[in-house]
Design a protein around this ligand. Structure first.
Ligand SMILES: [Fe+2]
Length: 206
């Protein structure tokens, strides 16, 4: 049976998308272990643990391979110490699935890491399309003073693997404040993936 075509209005400031089939949110208390300054995080969590750091509106028309998942992500501005608010980040469970992100409002950085630990950063701003190629771990970071809103699209059979970041104790670099801007610094607790772990990532491609 044919899927019915649909159109979805996106509010660039709130990220609300009409006709979304799902919404999920991450509160500060869901983001334990992401930030370098864990003591500062714990203190903030006590008073602001229920604050929503980011939320996603999405539409999943079907589970069929070849279909798409699309939607919006909204992330509030803020920092834990020098480190900007960020998403948990992931690699796609089927590693060779790509994704696009389009800036709706606010400014930020897409932090990308290859299985071998190479880092790339791409600035996000309104009307800029960011392409996340297959096999890159990706996380978005709000480096601005206002919410960062993006729309995204990726294959419906991608899946998300969050453990890859947890197993390495984060991504290889952190995005921190630098005057009025941002910079990357090495993540002191990062553990590089072994050859076997890297091979396991490539083995998820089909
Ligand atoms: Fe993704």
């Amino acid at each position: 049976m044919l899927e019915e075509p649909t159109a979805h209005a996106i509010d660039p400031l709130s990220g609300a998308m009409s006709g979304a089939s799902g919404r999920y949110e991450k509160k500060l208390s869901d983001l334990v272990g992401l930030y370098a300054d864990s003591a500062l995080f714990e203190a903030r969590e006590k008073s602001h643990g229920q604050d929503v750091v980011y939320q996603v509106d999405e539409k999943r028309p079907s589970q069929a391979a070849g279909d798409l998942i699309f939607g919006t992500t909204w992330m509030q501005p803020g920092r834990i110490g020098d480190e900007f608010f960020m998403t948990r980040g992931h690699i796609h469970a089927r590693g060779n699935r790509p994704e696009t992100y389009y800036g709706e409002s606010g400014t930020g950085v897409m932090l990308l890491e290859s299985p071998e630990g190479e880092i790339r950063t791409l600035e996000i701003q309104p009307r800029l399309m960011v392409y996340v190629p297959p096999l890159w771990i990706h996380r978005s970071v709000n480096t601005g003073a206002t919410p960062l809103v993006m729309s995204f699209c990726y294959p419906s059979d991608s899946g998300q693997n969050y453990d890859i970041i947890a197993r390495s104790d984060g991504m290889a670099c952190r995005v921190v404040a630098d005057g009025t801007g941002w910079k990357t610094i090495p993540n002191a607790s990062y553990r590089a993936r072994s050859k076997d772990e890297i091979a396991a990532v490539y083995a998820t491609c089909d």
